[in-house]
Design a protein around this ligand. Structure first.
Ligand code: ZN
Length: 277
């Protein structure tokens, strides 16, 4: 997008601190082995088309690889385990790395969820061995409420030990929320309970990333403790000339009377000119 004609060819890199992608995005569309190998042949930041120097956040792609089973149509298969994921994350030149995980589903029973937490914990153990403190490492958590998240962390602690849980991570990424994406009440419970669990476990300082949730839930989730999101919906909305008037409503930017809003953006003449294109 940066420098592309579709957004008027401008350099917008200073508006972004980082970009996020996922190992899964390599294989989402059933690409050929040749193309896959081309994608991992050089770090993203060193490519001419990538005119950006911000942080690169690289999700593991656990959801697509293990939870979703949509890896059809390609002419090859990548043997996906924690080691392969770290290898791909390294080749792409990621700064913020996420362990391979086993997402839960709303109809998983208790033993299934505990088993998935245990399998994720084994990946976390390997992930910590394969990476170092020079990396920025995010621990994935899966659960929809306090009790589920507490159980998840307990399983991780059992496998990797109390010290390691507490020392090694720079942030937490809350996953498995995509099936709840249209239920704002459940999303709010998951994120606010996650903050509470993190606080009770002594992790209150860690930034909390919410994986895979976009749209109008973002301001609500930020209000209950989420720090970052991977969503391009607001960028798409802006490209399409939409001006948000509330959490749920927008109108075409051409129809907007900017004097009706006293926020910092609408009060700034230069920013208003930019919104008008
Ligand atoms: Zn405004």
């Amino acid at each position: 997008m940066n420098g592309d004609e579709v957004v008027n060819g401008g350099d917008y890199s200073r508006y972004f601190d980082g970009v996020m992608t996922s190992v899964a995005s390599l294989t989402d569309y059933g690409i050929s082995r040749e193309r896959y190998e081309d994608y991992i042949s050089a770090p993203i930041r060193e490519r001419d088309v990538f005119d950006f120097d911000g942080t690169l956040f690289l999700d593991s792609g656990g959801f697509k690889f293990l939870g979703d089973g949509t890896l059809d149509g390609s002419d090859f298969e990548v043997e996906v385990d924690q080691k392969a994921i770290v290898e791909i994350q390294r080749r792409l030149g990621g700064d913020v790395l996420v362990n391979l995980d086993r997402p839960i589903a709303p109809d998983d029973d208790y033993p299934t969820r505990v088993e998935k937490a245990r399998l994720t914990a084994e990946n976390v153990d390997e992930f910590l061995d394969l990476t170092s403190r020079d990396d920025t490492r995010y621990l994935t958590l899966h659960g929809y409420n306090y009790s589920m998240l507490d159980t998840f962390l307990t399983e991780v602690e059992k496998v990797i030990g109390r010290d390691r849980v507490h020392r090694e991570f720079d942030g937490v990424a809350l996953g498995s929320l995509v099936p709840l994406k249209d239920n704002k009440g459940k999303l709010i419970t998951a994120v606010s309970d996650c903050r509470e669990v993190l606080s009770d476990w002594g992790f209150e300082e860690l930034p909390l990333h919410v994986l895979g949730i976009s749209s109008s839930a973002i301001p609500l989730l930020a209000a209950v403790g989420a720090d970052t999101f991977d969503s391009s919906s607001y960028i798409h909305s802006a490209i399409n000339g939409k001006y948000d008037t509330s959490l749920y409503n927008s109108e075409p930017v051409d129809d907007v009377d900017f004097t009706e809003c006293d926020c910092q953006v609408c009060s700034d003449e230069m920013l208003v000119r930019r919104m008008k294109g």
